[in-house]
Design a protein around this ligand. Sequence first.
Ligand code: CA
Ligand code: CA
Length: 115
Amino acid sequence: MASEYCRGHHNSHLVHIDTDLENRFIKDRLRDFKIKSWYMGLTDEDIEGIWKWFDTDTIANFTDWAPSQPDFMAEDCAIFEAAHDFSWGDVKCTVGFIPICELKSAEDCEWSIIG
Ligand SMILES: [Ca+2]
Ligand SMILES: [Ca+2]
């Protein structure tokens, strides 16, 4: 799945968003790709409804869920959802969206799309 994909490429991890600034930075860039949705490193696979970041295992403080999201218990991974102007949605972790990876050593806002 997407979290393993990043670990296998460049020793990176799925992108982790802490702030509105970081979120907006990424959304601005995703708009260039228009129609695709993208995985971030957020999951509620451990405890339903408790959304944690894969890399730090911490509960998300900042979130940007689209209206009505998250909406399904069976959906345990989070994406930037193209249909909602890249606000966040929950989906099944096995859907073939492209992961956004970031490097461990990177400052905020340094990230790359590997896909
Ligand atoms: Ca869920
Ligand atoms: Ca959903």
